[in-house]
Structures are given as C-alpha cells and as structure tokens.
Write a protein that binds this ligand. Structure first.
Ligand code: AKB
Length: 372
C-alpha cells in the first residue's frame, strides 16, 4: 500500500509524464488515433482511417488570408497530394499549380459530402466565413455562410469521422466579457453577426463532440498579421495594411483610434498553433476551444515600432465608427494559459520581431536604406 506522501508523488509524476507526453507527441510526424466516442444511439455512422497513414486534408475557404499558408505548412508535413485547398473563387496560377485545388461551396452539403468521400478526407479545416466588418455590411450572407455553412461542415465531418478544425476569434467576445485579459470561459455576448456565428460554432462543435463524438478542435485567433496574403473585411486589417503603406510611401491613414488595444499574432505562429492543436492527442485536451495569444498593441504603439526601421513613417487617423465600435467590444488581451498548459502553446513572434519580418518581406529595406 502507498503511504499518503507517496501517493501524492505518484500523482504528480503521472501528471508530469502526461503533460510531457502531450508536448513530445506534437513533434511526431503523423497523427495519433482519434478518439472513438460515438455513442451507440448516434444517428451518424463512422468510418476509420489507418493510423499509419498521413491525414487526407481538406481546407475550405482556402483562398482567404490563411488557407494558402496553411496548405503550404501541411503539404510539407503530410505530402503535397494529401492536402486539398478549396474555395468558390478562382485560384491564381501559382496556387493552382502548387497542389490540389477544387471548387467547394460550403452551402452545398451534397457536394461537400462527395468531396469528403471521393478524397477520403480525414481532417478538415473550415475557413469559409465572412469577417467582422464585411459581415455587418451583409448580415444575411454572413448568416448563411457562417452558420448554415458550418452546419453542413459539422454534419459531413461527424458523418464521416473527420477531425474538424474551426477557427474562432476574439470577435466571439463582447462588451460584457472581461477585456484584459479574456479567459477561455466567460460571458460571451458579441454584438456582430460574425461574433454570434463564432460563438455558435464553438457551442455547436462542442455539442457534436459530446453528442456524436465528433473530434472538434477550435482556437480563438487574435488579429492575424500576414505579409503575402490579405485579410478581407476585418476590424484588425489595419495592422496588415500599415506595413504595405510603410513600405510603399511611408504614411498610413488608420481607421481605428490611436489608443485601440487589440490582441494580434504573426501568421506563422497562428498556422503552427493550428497544426499543433490538430496533432495533439485527444487526452491532452481539457477543452475543445482554446484562446491563443502572442502580443497586444495599439495603432500608436505599432507606428512607434515601425519608426525604429522607417524613422520618417507617419500615421494619421480617420476613424471608421463601425470598426471602432467593434474593436472596443473586443478584448485587449487573451488569457491563453490553458493552451500553454495542455499542449505547450508558445508564440515565436513578439512585436519587434513581427515588425522586422513584415518590413523585410515588403522590401522596406529600400526605404530603410534611404532613411539611413
Ligand atoms: C476581424 O477583424 O474580423 C478578424 C478577427 C479578429 O477575427 N481579423
């Protein structure tokens, strides 16, 4: 029999080895078995795939800000032909020739099902959605794409035993949520159709997990800053556009107030977090939706960081009331301690590194050289 002290030791050793095995498994090249929790009375049937094979991946809404970068990352890991990018838009020649691309409309359930079956999809990344500002300009389209589209994806994924990633966002919080920082679990009463659709996605995914055993995984992204892809119609877009402007003509007109603090992240951290949370063994996940964070800044702080490289950089402000109201209802910081604890999340990029990387990409070295 174990003495009480020894029992404490065993528990802590077990907890430590569980945590370290969660982190270690992240670096394995192939996925771990997905949990099979579909209850006997579930109305969906499931299929399984060989654990020895890499996942067969489908990315919806793949021509937005994140899809192409994610496809590149996943293709390096799992092989070019195992990752299918899809969208309703026409891809550029470069995208078309860099790996499989198919037309997929998330509002067309039958053709989604056909795709999943024909390509034996085992992992699905669902990026098809309208962002915050553009969603407010077209509520009924946002409702269709973000909510009805999600229902189709959930059904197809649950029916075919597909591991499903759906991105959520700081936009899933609202003015009554704690803002500095927002924890994983708190009041969520967003005031945009985008935010409402994301809370809906978080809850529906979790419901399908408990009800049908769907392996649903979700991260709440901050504003994502990318160099070679454009966001479309978000509130945090200024933090991407400012770099183009700085590199091009050294001035930028910002549509948010100078003091508007929002959480942000460099795209490579975001994509790595997405792959990590998909690869982590199910037993390491204590929840299905995690906050992730990297940095938080205001437009004025970003402009100051830019001036270290482009000393004559100028920022002016012409506030868009719609975007400003949205930004003020969002958190200034996210508490991502659960992601750090459960699966070892850690960002690589802080603000100075982000600025240097973005300017370097945009060839701002010309302006920097001129300034020096
Ligand atoms: C937006 O601004 O709408 C997005 C987001 C933070 O989800 N970038």
């Amino acid at each position: 029999m174990l003495a009480p002290g020894m029992l404490k030791q065993v528990v802590s050793v077990t907890a430590q080895s569980k945590a370290s095995s969660c982190f270690k498994l992240l670096s394995l090249p192939l996925l771990s078995p997905s949990p099979c929790r579909i209850p006997a009375d579930a109305s969906f049937h499931s299929t399984s795939f060989s654990e020895a094979e890499p996942p067969r991946v489908l990315i919806t809404g793949g021509l937005g800000q994140l899809g192409i970068g994610l496809a590149n990352l996943l293709r390096k890991r799992f092989g070019k032909d195992n990752v299918i990018l899809s969208d309703i838009k026409k891809p550029s020649d470069h995208v078309f020739h860099s790996g499989p691309f198919v037309y997929a409309d998330v509002l067309d359930y039958k053709s989604l099902r056909e795709l999943v079956v024909n390509h034996r999809i085992s992992w699905l990344f669902h990026y098809g959605a309208l962002l915050s500002a553009v969603g407010e300009a077209n509520v009924s389209l946002a409702r269709d794409v973000n909510i009805t589209g999600l229902h189709n994806i959930l059904d197809v994924a649950a029916e075919h035993n597909v591991r499903l990633f759906v991105p959520s966002t700081i936009g899933a919080f609202g003015p009554t949520s704690p803002r500095n920082p927002a924890p994983d679990l708190c009041i969520q009463r967003p005031r945009t159709i985008y935010g409402v659709s994301k809370v809906h996605a978080e809850l529906m995914g979790e419901y399908y997990y408990y009800r049908y055993g769907l392996d649903f995984r979700c991260l709440r992204y901050p504003g994502i800053i990318s160099a070679d892809s454009q966001p479309g119609g978000g509130t945090t877009d200024y933090a991407v556009e400012i770099f183009h402007a700085a590199a091009k003509n050294g001035t930028f007109e910002c549509n948010l107030k100078a003091s508007t603090r929002l959480p942000m992240m460099y795209i490579s951290d975001c994509l790595r977090a997405t792959l990590e949370v998909m690869e982590v063994p199910a037993e390491c996940l204590s929840m299905r939706t995690y906050n992730i964070s990297a940095m938080s800044f205001t437009p004025e702080e970003l402009a100051q960081a830019l001036r270290k490289h482009v000393p004559d950089f100028q920022i002016t402000y012409r506030v868009d009331p719609l975007r400003q109201a949205i930004a003020e209802s969002w958190p200034m910081n996210l508490d991502d301690s659960n992601a750090r604890k459960d699966w070892g999340w850690k960002q690589d990029f802080d603000l100075p590194e982000l600025v240097a990387t973005m300017l370097n990409f945009h060839g701002a070295s010309t302006r920097i050289a001129q300034a020096n």
